[in-house]
Design a protein around this ligand. Structure first.
Ligand code: HXC
Length: 510
């Protein structure tokens, strides 16, 4: 009997070594952890239960029958993050470059199916070269099976991808269909085809970093939602995000003990908005002063910085914050900002996370670059996302809410539940200068008359009171009471029950 037990341990030891000591050393030399080390870091200590440790590929082509490695390049199973169940798979670059064979795909599919059936988040850790070239169509079929499950799970359980090495082909398309993608600076890359293929097809010479490094995907393409300096930091931040998310679309939003009073006034907010309406201020200050203990997990912090999106908690429960950022492009809505916020709003709505919107927006960005780039369709995405969302929507207009952007940013007309305005709010079709130049065009050459019209326009329209008179704003509130008002509002809205008409699915302008 002892020998039988020892045989299991012997086999386990071999499997845990993956591609062997030399390859593990090479992995470490590149500043990367191994698949198992990554899983140990992302899960609670000792909580990992592995599946399929002894799975091997079944290929006999190109001499593959001579190299079968237990586990076949992916480590799969489940464990807990701060006590809550998550399913996980981590590509093992030391085994055939983490490439996906038929058997490797079956291992991933098993945890995808289990995560969906048991309504728990799934985390994929990627460090892999795409389809196992030696397996041909069997590998392609395997990817499509994974993709199909990504789509079926979308909006049902949170799916998170962490890119921790060079990833190509299917190893970027599967992450692309998940909710969030995080990368590691300098060691992770994402591209459909690598630099060599690019050179052959388009004759462009690019490095892997230039083609698909973390800086490209967090600032230019917006493929990634965040980037971190090393594996450890990335994995710890993903744990932080998981803590904020519900287990599924039918699970409650996680709630933890709140140690910060929600009734204390924050007098500093009364002077946050500068007297001069054209001066910027940092909207993140408002977010940090509203969220419990100033804890804010920002999504896409380096992309479309004119809008800020991320998660925090109010009175212990997760909320999604969306806020125009006056520090960048005066907080204007452009195509990138609209796309970024629309996706975030839709994520929150899928998972029943209330949305708190802070509005200071001068409108949509004019110009040929924006119009040619499809601003109408991209702007419509945000409009669509807010309008279809049925989660509690709480809006605070701090300063400008002009034109179409007023409508879009969770206005009363888009079923905003609580719409507050600070006394500094200016709710109008447009700013005074533009408005006066249009409606008093005949007086344009008379500066005195224009000044008088401007003064009258500002007095009448650039305040929250015209909107408040109509009930478009529920209440004009003191800035210092914002956290209290939102906390009370969220409590009142806990049992909100709103359902959209039945449909197969909507047709959001993609
Ligand atoms: C089989 C692979 C492999 C693959 C890497 N390896 N990719 N084996 N199939 N797809 C093996 C290598 O042969 C090597 O084995 C080991 O993994 C490490 O790879 P290196 O090239 O030495 O590492 P590195 O220089 O770091 O380069 C990593 C890489 C590169 C950028 C990922 O290997 C690469 O470009 N691979 C091919 C990527 C690709 O084109 N994949 C197919 C995509 S199509 P040895 O034994 O020599 O150490 C696809 C279809 C899906 O995925 C459908 C999408 C819609």
């Amino acid at each position: 009997m002892k020998e039988i037990l020892e045989e299991l341990e012997r086999r386990r030891d071999i499997a845990r070594k993956g591609g062997g000591d030399t390859r593990i050393e090479a992995q470490h030399k590149r500043g990367k952890l191994t698949a198992r080390e990554r899983i140990d870091l992302i899960l609670d200590e000792g909580s990992f239960e592995e599946f399929g440790m002894f799975v091997e590929h079944r290929s006999n082509d190109f001499g593959m029958e001579k190299s079968r490695i237990a586990g076949d390049g992916v480590v799969t199973g489940w464990g807990t993050v701060n006590g809550r169940t998550v399913f996980v798979f981590a590509k093992d670059f030391t085994v055939f470059g983490g490439s996906l064979s038929e058997a490797h795909a079956e291992k991933i599919i098993k945890v995808q199916d289990m995560a969906l059936k048991n309504r728990a988040p799934i985390i994929g850790i990627y460090d892999a070269g795409g389809a196992r070239i030696q397996e041909g169509v069997a590998a392609l079929g395997g990817y499509a099976e994974v993709f199909q499950r990504n789509v079926l799970a979308s909006g049902v359980i949170p799916q998170i991808s962490v890119i921790m090495g060079p990833c190509a082909g299917g190893d970027v398309y599967s992450p692309a269909m998940t909710d969030f993608i995080f990368m590691v600076r300098d060691t992770s890359y994402m591209f459909v085809t690598g630099p060599d293929v690019v050179k052959t097809v388009t004759n462009e010479t690019v490095t892997a970093e230039e083609l698909g490094g973390a800086s490209v995907h967090t600032t230019k393409s917006s493929i990634a939602d965040g980037a971190y300096d090393n594996d450890v930091e990335a994995l710890l931040q993903v744990r932080r995000l998981i803590d904020l998310l519900p287990q599924s679309n039918t699970s409650p939003v996680p709630e933890i003990e709140c140690y910060q009073s929600v009734t204390d006034a924050d007098a500093s907010l009364d002077t946050l908005v500068p007297v001069n309406a054209n001066k910027p201020y940092d909207i993140k200050e408002l977010i940090l002063k509203t969220a419990d203990e100033g804890d804010f997990f920002e999504i896409q912090a380096s992309f479309a910085r004119n809008i800020v999106c991320g998660f925090g908690r109010i009175e212990g429960s997760t909320v999604g914050f969306v806020a125009n950022q006056p520090m960048v492009l005066a907080g204007v809505l452009d195509s990138d900002a609209s796309r970024k916020a629309a996706r975030f709003v839709r994520f929150c709505d899928c998972f029943n996370i209330p949305i708190v919107t802070f509005v200071d927006v001068p409108g949509f960005l004019p110009g040929t670059a924006q119009e040619y780039g499809g601003l109408i369709k991209h702007g419509a995405k945000l409009l669509f996302a807010y309008a279809e969302a049925t989660v509690p929507k709480l809006t605070v207009i701090t300063r400008k809410a002009f034109g179409g952007a007023y409508d879009v940013m969770a206005s009363k007309h888009l079923r905003g539940d609580l719409n507050y305005a600070w006394p500094t709010a200016q709710i109008a079709v447009m700013g005074a200068k533009g408005a006066v130049e249009i409606i008093f065009r005949k007086d344009i050459s008379d500066p005195e008359k224009i000044a008088e019209h401007t003064r009258m326009y500002e007095e009448r329209f650039l305040s929250p009171f015209v909107a408040a008179e109509r009930g478009y704003v529920d209440e004009v509130v003191m800035p210092h009471s914002t956290r209290r008002r939102l906390a009370r509002g969220l409590k009142m809205l806990r049992n909100k029950d709103l359902t959209n008409p039945w449909k197969k699915h909507d047709n959001i302008p993609l």
